[in-house]
Design a protein around this ligand. Structure first.
Ligand code: OGA
Ligand code: MN
Length: 224
């Protein structure tokens, strides 16, 4: 049944390229994309395994806000717990390989010069939120592209936890994303303010950032 295996692989690759191309087209046109069922289920499932592992290792810790030496923990800004995804950890490979492929595709297609990637799992418990923020400030950071995907099956409308994305430099709401399993959101990090509305049940997301190389003669930029 060699042909069947070959076809299955081809379909998987075709599917991935189709999603990557949709992302490229939307980024070029709008600067953001929201695509349901975009993250392959095998990857989402391995991230669920990663969560169980990180939880067992007590890796989750309260998320901080701010940059560099100015990071603080503020219960008024965000209340989620996070666990950074390290390459050497189990269950991280499928996700990191996929993001590397996306990085290569977008660099070829849009000449973005994406250089490195960092990502974490976030756990919002009932009552948790993340107030309106941008992931990077113009001229102060080399995060250029933000990526979020969701790991929650059967999210109901009354469970809150939507990601709200606003138009650049305004408070005009562009869209509300239900944090459903497999949905992928990607946007230019400096352009789009966004917030996570209070979740009424446990809510898991994976968030990642592609950076351009910020190295200069004074300081070498570490991946994170
Ligand atoms: C973030 C973020 C959005 C989400 O971690 O910076 O905006 O929907 N996450 O979890
Ligand atoms: Mn954010």
């Amino acid at each position: 049944m060699a042909t069947v295996v070959f076809n299955a692989n081809t379909q998987t690759i075709d599917f991935q390229v189709a999603i990557f191309e949709r992302i490229a087209v939307a980024l070029e046109k709008d600067g953001y994309a929201v695509i349901p069922n975009a993250l392959p289920e095998t990857i989402s499932n391995s991230l669920l395994d990663y969560i169980a592992y990180a939880d067992a290792q007590a890796h989750f810790h309260p998320a901080a806000v701010g940059r560099g030496t100015e990071t603080i923990h503020s219960q008024f800004i965000r209340r989620d717990n996070i666990s950074w995804i390290a390459e050497e950890e189990p269950y991280s490979k499928l996700w990191l390989d996929w993001s590397t492929e996306l990085q290569r595709y977008l660099n070829r297609r849009l000449f973005l010069g994406l250089f490195s990637f960092e990502s974490h799992i976030a756990h919002y418990q009932p009552g948790d939120f993340y107030k309106t923020h941008v992931d990077a400030f113009k001229g102060e950071s080399n995060r250029v592209l933000s990526l979020v995907s969701y790991l929650n099956r059967g999210w109901e409308p009354d469970q809150g936890g939507e990601l709200v994305i606003y138009a650049p430099n305004s408070n005009q709401e562009l869209l509300r994303v239900t944090p459903n399993f497999g949905t992928l959101v990607i946007f230019l990090s400096e352009e789009f303010p966004h917030q996570v509305r209070t979740a009424n049940r446990d809510r898991f997301s994976v968030a990642g950032w592609f950076r351009v190389n910020g190295s200069n003669t004074v300081q070498v930029d570490p991946p994170r």
